[in-house]
Write a protein that binds this ligand. Sequence first.
Ligand code: SF4
Length: 320
Amino acid sequence: MIPIDLIQTTAETLMDKAAIEIPQDYLDGLKAAAATENGDLSSFVLQAMLENYEAAKEDRRAMCGDTGTPRWYVKMGNDTRIEGGPVALEAALRRATANRTNGVPLRPNRVHPLWRTDHDNNVGIGAPEIEYGYEPSPSGEWIDLITVHKGGLFGTDYRMLFPSDGIEGIKRFYLDSLVAFGKRGLACQPAIIGIGLGGCKDTCMVLGKRAACLRTVGDRNSDPKIAALEEELKELGNSIGMGAMGFVGKNMVIDAHVEVGYCHTGGMQMSVHAFCLSSRRAVARIYADGRVEHRTDPDWFTPYQRRETVEWQPEMEAAE
Ligand code: SF4
């Protein structure tokens, strides 16, 4: 059984790490972008951000004044039991969010949408979001806690495409979105762009956000054709003449990730999400024996998460 106290203390450490330490894969991507950038202002922004990450780590302060909206992704094995059960788990994650919003400190961004009520701790109705996943392996009792402090409040969009819009339609909406994000300052670039294709409207949004936040720079979809599309979209996004913060340049996209879900045959839902210049994520795996392993790769999209169907026998065949 996973001790609940260990869940809370680990969650608090993760809150600190996400806010302060930029993940190495994003940092490497940004350094590669800085090495090729020749737009004056874009180059200036990239250099300033690289210095800013260093200063944040040294001073143990948040890397951006807007610390985004903390959320949790929780994954566990089939055998996992949690002390106090799932209700205790959710309370621990909410308490860790409140404690470290005060402690780091983070900006208490979360308010009631109508009354603007503010508990000063990033906790409220439906906040922080907690999403779940399960895995058949490894066996034994373990739980992955992943926190993402998502910024880029306006850097998200959705469109219902027709199947006949095809790949060209996908590229068009992608470019429309990036140009709007860049021109209107809707998310600080360069960003990791997540694209959700298919599902229903709600799952399409979930897929796109997970594609942006739960995959590392350089990671490619296990479907080779989708992987090729990701490469193409990355290149396309970096060829529209905009760079860091929408200034003239050639590095707007640090990486592009696509996740798909089966959809209604009549449509092709698409969402676009920007995981901004402060791509904040931190991960830890906790075992029942008390071990805690920290990492920055959520490793969310395993073959099990992308499983296509289920073992079954069509009833008509069974009747024969
Ligand atoms: S978009 Fe990201 S980098 Fe820009 S202000 Fe918001 S959190 Fe900070």
